[in-house]
Ligand binder design. Sequence first.
Ligand code: UDP
Length: 378
Amino acid sequence: MRVLIAFGTRPEIIKLGPVWQALKKRDGVTVDAFWTGQHLELADGLLDLFDIKATFKSGRSVMQQPGLASKFGEMTGQIERALQSRRYDWIVVQGDTATATAAAMAGFLCRVPVAHVEAGLRTNDLQSPWPEEFNRRVITVASTLHFAPTACAADNLRKENIPADSIREVGNTVVDALLYTRKRLGPDYRPIEPALAALPADKKLVLATTHRRENIGEPMRNVLRALRTIGNDGDKVVALPVHLNPAVRKQVLDVLGDAPNVHLLPPLQYPDFVHLLSRAWCIVSDSGGVQEEAPTFGLQILITRDTTERPEVVEAGFGRLVASDYDAIVAGVRELTSASAPRLLAKSNPFGAGDAGERIADELIARALTVGVTDMAA
Ligand code: UDP
């Protein structure tokens, strides 16, 4: 069996790393990787962390395209050429990025069955998150096998009349990645980023991230103002790795450039981010992946978005939707860091036990052997 895994962004490497590792261990399976380099700088060290070797790389031509549609077209063409260069049984894509969508389109059009990891997430609002909600739907239409991370995601797919026997609820591979990385860090971990040494140990750490396109402007300014107020409290320290998007950077520097007890950090390599998760009291974030990481660490998260396609975080008691509401963010962080609040919640993780990568590998192999994937694609 030969599988092509398509990656382009930081979260895709993190969430497909466990699938790559699980497939690599299996006899009779050859795994290739297509790396589109959508997040070239943010991927620093990550491919190495999971020991991923790119078989195909996009080079600079994708990111030089002027718009999303042309980037998408360039990637689709390149992945098509890779799929035509040898016989593949599966192409595996993850989530809802441009890379995942381009790879799913290329797979479908080349008649290589598409397996979608983290399938079935929906906000039911095509404008939010934009364009990810659109991407997810396109990928679902192109896919033969749908790996849903939770019962709710599987249910979303059944509601769209996706055949039940093509849906597998396996948990979220982010749990596998976190547990793997935490084990590798060990108790005496020394961070890669020197600026982390300046974070005071005697203040409660609030870990924040912000990058969603739909938050840029007034909503992001409100979130940043709330973080500034939290820093002014004096008993807490805010750590904010700043995304490379220039519009995000400008807003962050405008509001927080000189804020006391707010540490603006470069984007952190994943092991450093995992290290901060293990030290944090709570999280303020609009990130999808970070919402899933919070419960794995028992942490609570204030989700700075209007909607979430991960309602399990809220239902399980780990998260609350605060949108860009200044008062709700300030009050929420103060409550979660108050003397009476426990730092960690001892509740079960809605995203599974950390065996999703192995279960996905099992299923890809079983389907290829029993059904014959070429027939499934026909
Ligand atoms: N992350 C990281 N370094 C950082 C910030 C985030 O390694 O400085 C990781 C984080 O642990 C999570 C993933 O990046 O697994 C989330 O990526 P992002 O927020 O960019 O994307 P999203 O999940 O919203 O698609």
